[in-house]
Design a protein around this ligand. Structure first.
Ligand SMILES: Nc1nc2c(ncn2[C@@H]2O[C@H](COP(=O)(O)O[C@H]3[C@@H](O)[C@H](n4cnc5c(=O)[nH]c(N)nc54)O[C@@H]3COP(=O)(O)O)[C@@H](O)[C@H]2O)c(=O)[nH]1
Length: 795
């Protein structure tokens, strides 16, 4: 093989030796040829074998050289690449550094400035050639006027953070010097540890930071304030993120749930506290709040983590972004105490405070309901009216406190006997009622009444002593004894009075025959006893006018009873009861006192009425202290005797003429005016009349009624007027309703008149209103009687 010895690395030198000193392959071949030519074949073989080994070695060497060369090339490429990277990084840093919108300085380990960007040069007035100035000394000197206001641990949103993100920097710390923000940022660049101090004129951003800090502080203060007011007002707050369902509570909300703020309130758990029914409602309202941005305000029951059953009021105000509700915010407040008060009020409104039994209003509501049900089902309802016998004596002799205790004990004992479907109520005083709903056979009511009476047959312990008590019970049955509540009650009441009449401690079913009898009268007497104390009595006033000019000459005071059940009761109904029961004295004293006071009140109001007439019942005339009582009343009220007229009836005088004359003389001596009422009905003789110290005759309305129609009555009326005149008495006609009657009596020179024509009896205020406008007397028109009259009791 032929090779260029200069270009071939394997080329042997002149001695046939390889430059390494080893013999070359050509040299060996030459010697092998010479050995062959000389016939030394063994030597030739040996030489040729050496040639093969050398060629192999050489090939290997060549190969190694190639690998080495390739590796060198790779290393070279990598070197170039990393040099490029370093250059790029430096360029990027340099570009970033120089274009940094803040002052940038590169400081060596000793704190000397190595580089400064344009911002730093401008800020610190550095020359182009940055010297070995001590950065910190210079900075402090430059900003000596500033004060360190805060040391920051991070730089949220600031430029240096971007530096850190670029991978050059690790943020070590920073602070403010005045409004200059100094950030010290150690970094490694080109294998050299450096520190970049970024200094920013942050006047604006500091202002913003301060504003932000202030706003944050303000917010915190507000939150603290809200929290405090929430704590004081015990109102908790809550917020729910609609998209995540996450719920946030204030401390107070946790407290309301008996939880601690470290407990988690996820939505499901928050709702789980509410009672199942209320939870459904709440979920429904939450859905609507989200779907329709509809607020809510609910009162709900819940059970707290400590198993307390409470009432809460929870409100919700949806917060929207655009069309979408993103948040629900609201409050929650424990209103258990309010609910309790409400329940108490509700209870008090419907229950008797002494016994805790249903009161009249709840009783009526329940009875109404029972009757409605019974009307539909055809069932019977029994009403038992129970009144304790002689309870008044307990009160009067042992005092009200003992009376109350007895009522409490009796009520509790009665309540135990009543089925839960039935109602027991206290109507007042010692009166109880039991409603037996759906009584089946009405006779069961009798059995039950017997059981109640039996139950009372035991001593009831009071503070001071044990008391025995009995009761009388009246029973009415729906629908037989009445189709409505009031009728049933009235009939049960009447039956109860019959039980009392029958000797007490018993019961009676209502029978229609009872209604008209004494039971009702007894009932009225019973009610009348407390009527004055209960303020149920009132007075109406009816005008008495001069027939000549219709001027107001006087008023007659007429008593009315505002009965809680019966409405306005006329005196015809209760005066006889008051007389029989001995209550008339108390009643007359009250009427006299009230009426005298009223006249004085009118005087003071400038509405002067010359005379006041008051009815005097016979029983009063028979009382020896009447005159003194009248005098004391006049003294107390300030009314002069000559303005008070006492009306006595003819029939009553004639019953005990002597006694009447004595009393009337004394009254007359006192100076009061005396009128003989209902004159003409008592058949008093002229002789008797002459004995009486009267001032006026009051012609009975039965003679007035037919004036202008009946000649006899007209003749009687003329005679009464003439009689009065002959006895020197004034005459007043009562019951004048028509213009004809008025004209007749006026033409006959009757002095005064009283009747619906001039005015019905009215309460004081209404009376004043109707008469104070008629100065100088009223003017009668022909059709005055056609005017709609005020409703009168019993009329
Ligand atoms: N002892 C007491 N008796 C009293 C008292 N208050 C009233 N009475 C007596 O009750 C009887 C009924 O009185 P009353 O229902 O008030 O009726 C009076 C008038 O309303 C009625 N009257 C008046 N004008 C007319 C009329 O034009 N027509 C008509 N049908 N009735 C009219 O007359 C009654 C007044 O009557 P008298 O007293 O006799 O003038 C009655 O006897 C009263 O006396 C009281 O406090 N104590």
């Amino acid at each position: 093989m032929t090779r260029n010895p200069n270009s071939n690395p394997e080329k042997p030198n002149r001695d046939g030796l390889h430059p390494s000193g080893q013999e070359t392959v050509d040299g060996l071949r030459l010697r092998a040829a010479e050995a062959l030519e000389s016939g030394r074949f063994d030597l030739a073989d040996e030489i040729l074998a050496g040639i093969d080994g050398q060629e192999l070695q050489l090939a290997k060497l060549v190969e190694n050289l190639r690998v080495y060369q390739a590796e060198l090339e790779i290393q070279n490429e990598e070197l170039q690449r990393s040099q490029q990277q370093a250059q790029d990084a430096a360029a990027r840093f340099s570009a970033f550094f120089n274009n940094l919108p803040l002052a940038g300085l590169v400081i060596d380990r000793q704190g000397l400035i190595k580089e400064a960007n344009q911002g730093a040069r401008t800020l610190f007035g550095l020359r182009d050639r940055v010297g070995h100035q001590h950065f910190f000394a210079r900075l402090i000197a430059d900003t000596d006027r500033g004060e360190v206001i805060h040391a920051w641990s991070n730089l949220d949103g600031d430029q240096p953070r971007e530096l850190a993100e670029l991978g050059f920097l690790t943020l070590e710390g920073d602070r403010f010097v005045g409004d200059l923000h100094l950030a010290k940022l150690p970094c490694t660049l080109d294998d050299e540890p450096r520190t970049i101090c970024a200094v920013v004129d942050r006047t604006e951003s500091v202002r913003q930071s301060r504003a932000l800090a202030e706003a944050t502080e303000q917010l915190r203060r507000s939150e603290r304030f809200l929290d405090a007011t929430g704590r004081i007002a015990k109102v908790g707050g809550w917020e729910m993120d609609v998209s995540t369902g996450q719920v946030r509570w204030t401390d107070m909300t946790y407290r309301i749930h008996d939880l601690s703020p470290s407990d988690d309130p996820p939505l499901t758990k928050a709702l789980a506290f509410f009672d199942p029914e209320d939870r459904q409602l709440l979920e429904h309202r939450i859905d609507r709040a989200i779907a329709r941005a509809e607020p809510y305000d609910l009162q709900l029951r819940m059970t707290t983590a400590k198993d307390r059953a409470i009432w809460v009021q929870t409100t919700c105000q949806p917060v929207s972004e655009g069309d979408r509700v993103t948040k629900l915010q609201g409050t929650i407040q424990d209103i258990s105490h309010l609910k309790r008060s409400e329940e108490q009020l509700e209870f008090l409104a419907h229950h008797d405070p002494l016994t805790g039994l249903a009161n009249r209003s709840l009783f009526r509501a329940r009875l109404e309901l029972c009757l409605q049900r019974a009307a539909r089902s055809g069932a019977h309802v029994a009403l038992l009216f129970l009144d304790l016998d002689r309870f008044k004596y307990v009160n009067d002799s042992l005092g009200h406190s003992v009376g109350d205790q007895l009522l409490e004990r009796v009520a509790a004992a009665l309540a135990k006997q009543v089925r839960s479907s039935d109602t027991i109520a206290r109507l007042g005083g010692d009166e109880f009622v039991v409603i037996m709903d759906d009584v089946g056979n009405p006779r069961f009511a009798g059995k039950f009444a017997r059981r109640l009476l039996g139950m009372l047959d035991q001593p009831f312990a009071t503070e001071t002593r044990e008391l025995y008590v009995t009761a009388s019970i009246g029973i009415s049955i729906y629908p037989e004894d009445g189709a409505d509540m009031d009728t049933l009650l009235r009939h049960a009441d009447i039956a109860m009075y019959r039980a009392k009449e029958n000797g007490r401690n018993g019961f009676n079913f209502y029978e229609p025959a009872m209604s008209a009898g004494a039971a009702e009268r007894l009932r009225m007497e019973h009610e009348l006893r407390g009527a004055l104390a209960r303020d149920e009595m009132l007075l109406h006033y009816q005008p008495q006018v001069a027939l000549s000019d219709c001027s107001l000459r006087g008023v007659e005071a007429l008593c009315r009873w505002q009965h809680p059940r019966l409405g306005l009761v006329a005196p015809d109904q209760f005066i006889p009861v008051a007389e029989d029961s001995g209550l008339i004295g108390e009643l007359t004293a009250w009427v006299l006192e009230q009426a005298c006071r009223q006249l004085i009140l009118w005087d003071r109001a400038g509405f002067r009425i010359p005379r006041l007439a008051v009815n005097l019942p016979m029983r009063e005339i028979e009382r020896t202290d009447l005159v003194n009582r009248v005098r004391r009343t006049l003294e107390r009220t300030g009314l002069t005797p000559d303005r008070l007229e006492l009306e006595v009836t003819e029939s009553m005088i004639m019953r005990r003429l002597d006694l009447a004359v004595t009393t009337l003389d004394a009254l007359r001596a006192l100076g009061v005016i005396l009128a003989l009422d209902d004159f003409g009905t008592g058949h008093s003789s002229l002789a008797h009349l002459k004995r009486l110290p009267l001032n006026r005759l009051k012609m009975d309305r039965s003679f007035v009624e037919r004036l202008g129609k009946d000649r006899d009555d007209e003749a009687i009326a003329r005679a009464v007027i003439a009689l009065g005149r002959s006895l020197g008495l004034g005459v007043i006609a009562e019951g004048i309703e028509t213009r004809t009657q008025h004209d007749f009596l006026r033409d006959e020179f009757c002095d005064e008149g009283q009747g619906y024509l001039y005015g019905r009896p009215l309460a004081a205020a209404a009376f004043l209103e109707s008469w104070s406008v008629m100065e100088g007397g009223m003017h009668l028109s022909a059709d005055r009687t056609a005017e709609a009259p005020e409703p009168e009791p019993g009329s």
